[in-house]
Design a protein around this ligand. Structure first.
Ligand code: HEC
Length: 159
């Protein structure tokens, strides 16, 4: 009887751990998101989501899914808008690069490169760019976030 009690309480403890892990996973992903070394708050992320819907979703997709057939060059020789979720390559770039691309356009990172990605300088403030990128980062699974933290050289955000 004593043994059965032990087994049961062991199972209950395992169950409690599983529930706790589930609760952590289902929370909004604000936990541990940083941008250029600074923590991104849940409020930043909520604001970033609104900024995204107004300024980015028309090309990058409402759910960050990108334009259809985004890997194929358009007739004008330029690339379609890639997804910002884990199926794209936004997470391959360091925070500082994402910031520069959004503020000044892709040509600011790759000289002479022609792109349909608009520069948001004068449209969004630096803080708004930070929020929208913080929102995008908050949607990435742990693996992509960890990779991108390493590329960024952000030890605080690395798992
Ligand atoms: C008019 C369409 C359009 C809008 C609006 C737009 N983008 Fe883009 N974006 C693009 C295109 C097209 C590319 C691909 C650039 C290329 O490779 O030529 C791109 C690329 C990017 C990249 C580089 C991604 C990578 O993996 O290399 C980032 C970051 C980015 N956009 C962020 C944003 C953010 C943030 C917003 C909103 C504030 C936004 N974009 C709004 C069209 C757009």
């Amino acid at each position: 009887m004593k043994r059965l009690g032990l087994i049961l309480s062991g199972a209950a403890a395992a169950g409690a751990v599983a529930v706790a892990a589930w609760a952590i996973q289902s929370e909004p992903a604000a936990e541990g998101v940083t941008f250029m070394g600074e923590p991104v708050t849940a409020a930043d992320i909520a604001l970033g989501q609104e900024i995204y819907a107004v300024n980015c979703a028309s090309c990058h997709g409402r759910d960050l899914e990108g334009q259809p057939d985004w890997k194929r060059r358009l007739e004008n020789g330029r690339m379609p808008a890639p997804p910002h979720d884990e199926t794209g390559h936004t997470w391959h770039h360091a925070d500082s690069q994402l910031f520069t691309i959004t503020k000044l356009g892709v040509g600011a990172v790759v000289e002479g490169y022609e792109s349909d990605m608009p520069a948001f300088e004068g449209i969004l403030t630096d803080a708004e760019i930070r929020s929208v990128l913080g929102y995008i980062k908050s949607t990435w699974p742990e693996r992509e976030r960890g990779f991108q933290a390493e590329v960024t050289g952000d030890e605080k955000a690395a798992p």
